[in-house]
Ligand binder design. Structure first.
Ligand code: FAD
Length: 532
């Protein structure tokens, strides 16, 4: 498998002196490492998997390429926007963005399709065409999306501040945000309208933050809706473009990026970091460790928990939960995008407008329809695709599932999970292919290659617990946890990535900027946003 960085070799060990160690090479790890490298810090980045990039990694098999967890990104359409500037700074200006067409999402509720265009006004117009009697509710909804997303500024800013200051900002400036973050999405939407079909359309991509309307924080719903309201982009070259841009920045500053290097323990003495120990047994001393492995892993698995401080940190984990699990297939077609009939707009398909009942049914019975299915077409989004993979095309599909349906294989080993596991994988493949052909019947004749993933794939390849495909769940309770921030009570231990900001590639990047700010004791977020 191709990867940037270098494979860790036990017999060679890690040579060099480093200012900080970063655990994990997702967007949260790569971005903090790159930002610090740009400030002259020598960073050792350690990734347990054999590919650098975390969920943004791309991989090639049987002559096809897919990206695991990056299919569309919002807020990068204008060089004046904060999103574009953050990516630009972290990647040293190396990312080229390709715009998806105006209609970038198709929400399919039962048999009815709603085409979602870029632009607040255009979106409102489409909703009003379908739901003319809900015009006032739609206007209020769109107003709230903008207002709530805007109110999140101080909430994220305080996460990079020293504790005393952060507390003051939290109390004085985060009230507006919390007014909405404490409410459930469904409760707010039902105050606006009783039209369940409209609510289903507004929430059809709840998979983007992995929590249904009856459990998710309305603030998360609004931040996500705002993220995509002006449409979406795709990085030219696919997800691996991020690692390809940032790894050289880290290495050119005297750092190293090693994959196949799993951290087993974050070592501490008197509540201060002393370094890390790898599963190989090698100990690397360093006074600063920045973890991108997620809070569940960092506190629950990597800290030895031998001090009262560490035990308190572990106990805080009872206030957050992992995001949901998904099954998926990556498909390769012997035929170009045009031949197969693929176009860039994603599909979010639901069996019916009763999003809650769809979940209940599938949680009870694996055979019940998947509550949502996300279909995306990477080969149509990358302008270099035809040059690099002529005459071929790809599709990725993901569908919600309940981890309990897979728990019985939790202790089995990859590739040796048994015949019953192979049977369920085959079922997943057939069910998802049938869903795809419902939308694109022409595709069937070109089918060449299919690879199935289950919640266990996320445990094996990304060290996720209970198969969670995002970070911790975006509930009202999550946004009330003050300790989800870059600095920790352990001196020299910082957190980065989606768990300290929000799910999503840009959320993980914001986590990286917050972590770099906390480490440097400078407000990088404002510096980057206000730069010309
Ligand atoms: C199927 C799917 C589709 C998605 N689609 C989109 C999308 O279209 N748009 C979007 O914006 N977001 C999307 N996301 C979400 C997005 O990919 C994530 O929110 C984001 O990439 C998370 O970044 P991160 O850096 O926080 O974590 P990760 O990318 O998970 O990185 C964490 C890294 O830490 C490593 N690690 C863990 N433990 C250790 C250890 N002990 N030692 C060393 N390394 C360790 C892991 O291997 C991993 O590489 C999707 C996610 C998935 C799974």
């Amino acid at each position: 498998m191709d990867s940037t960085g270098t494979a860790y070799r036990k017999h060679e060990g890690v040579v060099g002196e480093f200012d900080a160690i970063v655990i994990g090479s997702g967007m949260g790890g790569l971005s903090v490492a790159s930002l610090l490298a740009q400030e002259g810090q020598r960073i050792l980045l350690l990734e347990q998997h054999n590919v650098v990039g975390g969920m943004t990694q791309a991989y090639t098999r049987n002559g096809y390429r897919w990206t695991v967890g990056m299919h569309y990104i919002g807020e990068v359409g204008s060089t004046k926007g904060a999103g574009w500037k953050l990516f630009n700074r972290a990647t040293g200006g190396q990312i080229e963005w390709s715009a998806l067409p105006s209609v970038f999402n198709r929400m399919v509720i039962g048999e009815q399709t709603y085409e979602i265009p870029a632009g607040m006004e255009a979106y409102g117009d489409v909703l009003k065409e379908h739901f003319p009697s809900e015009s006032a509710a739609i206007d209020t909804y769109l107003m709230l999306v903008g207002k709530v997303a805007k109110s999140s500024g101080p909430y994220f800013a305080q996460k990079a501040m020293p504790l005393v200051l952060a507390d003051k900002v939290y109390d004085a400036y985060c009230t507006d945000f919390h007014q909405y973050s404490e409410q459930l999405t469904i409760d707010v939407l039902r105050q606006l309208t009783t039209n369940e079909e409209l609510i289903a359309v507004l929430c059809a991509n709840w998979g983007d933050y992995s929590l249904e309307p009856s459990k998710s924080s309305f603030a998360m719903h609004c931040m996500l809706a705002k993220h995509y309201v002006n449409g979406a982009h795709y990085p030219v070259g696919g997800g691996s473009a991020f690692a390809e841009a940032m790894v050289p920045i880290i290495e050119n500053a005297g750092g190293r990026v090693l994959h196949s290097a799993e951290v087993e323990e974050i070592m501490t003495r008197d509540d201060a970091v002393t370094g890390v120990r790898l599963t190989s047994g090698e100990v690397i001393s360093c006074p600063n460790v920045i973890s991108n492995a997620g809070v569940q892993n960092t506190f629950g698995r990597l800290l030895s928990q031998h001090s009262a401080t560490e035990q308190t940190m572990v106990s805080q984990l009872s206030h957050v939960r992992d995001s949901y699990a998904v099954v998926g297939i990556n498909i390769g077609f012997k035929g170009s995008n045009d031949q197969v009939g693929l176009s860039p707009a994603n599909i979010w398909a639901h069996p019916s407008a009763d999003l809650e009942q769809n979940l209940v049914a599938h949680r009870q019975e694996f055979d019940a329809p998947f509550p949502w299915c996300f279909i995306t077409f990477p080969s149509t989004k990358d302008p270099h695709w035809e040059r690099d993979f002529p005459g071929k095309s790809t599709v990725e599909m993901y569908a919600y599932t309940d981890y309990r349906h897979f728990a019985k294989w939790a202790d089995t080993t990859w590739m040796k999970r048994g015949d019953d596991y192979l049977i369920i994988k085959e079922q997943i493949k057939q069910r998802l292919l049938a869903e795809l052909y419902r939308h694109i019947p022409n595709a069937e004749q070109y089918l060449d290659y299919v690879e199935v993933s289950t919640p266990l794939s996320y445990e094996t390849f990304a060290k996720r617990q209970r198969g969670g495909f995002m970070g911790i769940e975006a509930s009202p309770q999550r946004f009330a946890q003050k300790w989800l921030r870059a600095q920790t009570p352990i001196r020299g231990l910082y957190l980065t990535g989606q768990d300290i900001a929000t799910d999503g590639v840009i959320g993980a990047l914001v986590g990286g900027v917050i972590a770099a700010s906390a480490y440097l004791k400078r407000d990088l977020m404002t510096e980057i946003r206000t730069a010309a």
